[in-house]
Design a protein around this ligand. Structure first.
Ligand code: PFF
Length: 466
């Protein structure tokens, strides 16, 4: 059955799988801190604007070219008669590969915290920073050692991915998401109620609703743009692959609107869970972003919250589901590519890819604290630098590879294959695309300019941007 192309078993299955790819660590781990930094309410408005005017047209484009070509990301351009654009596909596949290497490890840390809160919460409360560092191979006296705890949990996380993906698109990924996504929404609602009913959360809610424009700079727009692409899984081959499993009868713009709405809703809910909870327990100055925040600062929030340990387990389970559904989409797009491009078996490709990703991801985890593993970077502001390997991996994918792949896709769609063909792909089987004209303008002019801005700024200001 290797040659028969997989298809989604049901419409809702596809929507949940695409939403599952979109909703991930980006929404729950990164978004709240970014929203706080960007001035709360204003960031939410800017983000919403970007999702509607850039995220939606980009997602429509990727799903449509995926469905039109019925193949993987690298094959897409060849199949549609423009082989010279294959570079965009390669950047997407390699970017997806690098993201998954570290995503799988952060997913492993999340799993470690599910187990940690369920079995030894007082230990975490006692010294949350020490607990985090200990997982990463660093102790209070500054001694470093191999971070076997993090690595072990990352291995389990990748194993779960492999087991589901080997079962295939319909039997594995779709089934997992059908159960995982509703569970995720349920956990989000439970946490939201807990957070907004905490004493002192009103100030946080106020901050997230009323725009503070004094905090908005040009960087805020770039941060929102990068966050939106990452969060919606744009520019990474995923949506092209998922689109290729989509039946011709599906209404792509409608599905896109739904997926983007779900993703944005989850990000906003996470913002309204985390920011008010931190305001209520630790105070405004403690709202931060990045790994340390999700793993260290939040421990204090749960410690001070009535019933906190139970909510902590729920929170990390939520994060675990979100991370799993996203990493599955990343691995699937690479497996699809390997099985089609090199005729590998699905099982062999999945096991091979997961194992290699896990091993490369070890460099990410080890470079956090235990070992001085470096990447190399060049930009106008700092010249040649040697950042920690973990920062290097994230920066390379978020700031360079995602934008380059997205730029390739939108130049291809807007100027080479032309919006008319995308519109024709969408308007099959009686589907009407009412905003076709607006779409054409956005994909031809607005999207490429905005993406170019991210790329240029990344090279000019270098790794200093968050
Ligand atoms: N969208 C996911 C998140 O927000 O965590 C992460 C992600 C998945 C990024 C798939 C890129 C991707 F292709």
């Amino acid at each position: 059955m290797e040659n028969e192309r997989a298809q989604w078993g049901s419409k809702i299955g596809f929507i949940l799988a695409a939403a599952g790819s979109a909703v991930g660590l980006g929404n729950i781990w990164k978004f709240p801190g970014r929203a706080y930094e960007g001035g709360g309410g204003c960031f939410l408005l800017i983000y919403l604007f970007i999702v509607i005017f850039l995220g939606v047209p980009m997602m429509i484009t990727e799903l449509s070219i995926g469905r039109a070509s019925q193949t993987n990301i690298v094959g897409v351009f060849d199949k549609l008669g423009h082989r010279r654009f294959s570079w965009a596909g390669w950047v997407g596949v390699i970017g997806a590969f690098i993201i998954t290497c570290y995503y799988g490890h952060v997913g492993g840390w999340v799993l470690r915290y599910v187990v940690g809160y369920a079995s030894e919460a007082p230990k975490i409360y006692d010294d949350s920073l020490g607990y985090f560092y200990n997982m990463l191979g660093y102790n209070a006296d500054g001694k470093t050692f191999f971070p076997w705890v993090a690595v072990l949990f990352a291995a389990v996380f990748m194993l779960i991915n492999a087991v589901v993906i080997i079962r295939g698109v319909e039997g594995g990924i779709e089934k997992f998401n059908k159960f995982g996504m509703p569970a995720l929404f349920f956990m989000l609602l439970v946490l939201l109620v807990r957070s907004v009913t905490l004493d002192g959360s009103a100030a946080g809610i106020h901050y997230m609703i009323y725009p503070d424009w004094s905090k908005v700079t040009f960087d805020t727009f770039l941060a929102a743009l990068g966050q939106a692409f990452y969060s919606l899984s744009i520019g990474m081959a995923i949506l092209i692959t998922y689109g290729s499993y989509l039946p011709k009868t599906e209404n792509i713009p409608k599905n896109t609107a739904l997926i983007c709405a779900m993703d944005t809703l989850v990000a906003m809910l996470a913002g309204f869970i985390i920011v008010p909870a931190v305001f209520a327990t630790l105070g405004e100055q403690e709202v931060g972003k990045g790994g340390g925040f999700a793993f260290v600062s939040l421990a204090k929030v749960f410690e001070q919250m009535p019933g906190g340990t139970v909510f902590a387990v729920v929170f990390y389970l939520l994060l675990l589901f979100a991370a799993l559904t996203s990493s599955m989409s990343l691995i699937e797009s690479i497996v699809a590519f390997l099985t089609e491009h090199f005729s590998w078996s699905r099982k062999g490709a999945t096991i091979g890819v997961c194992a290699v990703m896990f091993l490369i991801g070890c460099l990410y985890t080890c470079s956090q604290a235990a070992f001085p593993i470096k990447g190399v970077w060049l930009d106008a502001a700092n010249g040649v630098t040697f950042p920690a390997f973990c920062d290097f991996m994230e920066f390379l994918t978020d700031r360079i590879m995602i934008p380059v792949c997205a730029l390739g896709c939108c130049i291809f769609a807007g100027w080479v294959w032309k919006p008319e063909k995308i519109i024709a792909e969408i308007e099959q089987d009686g589907v009407r695309f009412r905003l076709a004209k607006v779409y054409s303008v956005l994909i031809k002019y607005i999207a490429p300019l905005a993406i170019l801005a991210i790329l240029i700024i990344s090279f000019v200001t270098g790794m200093t941007l968050s």
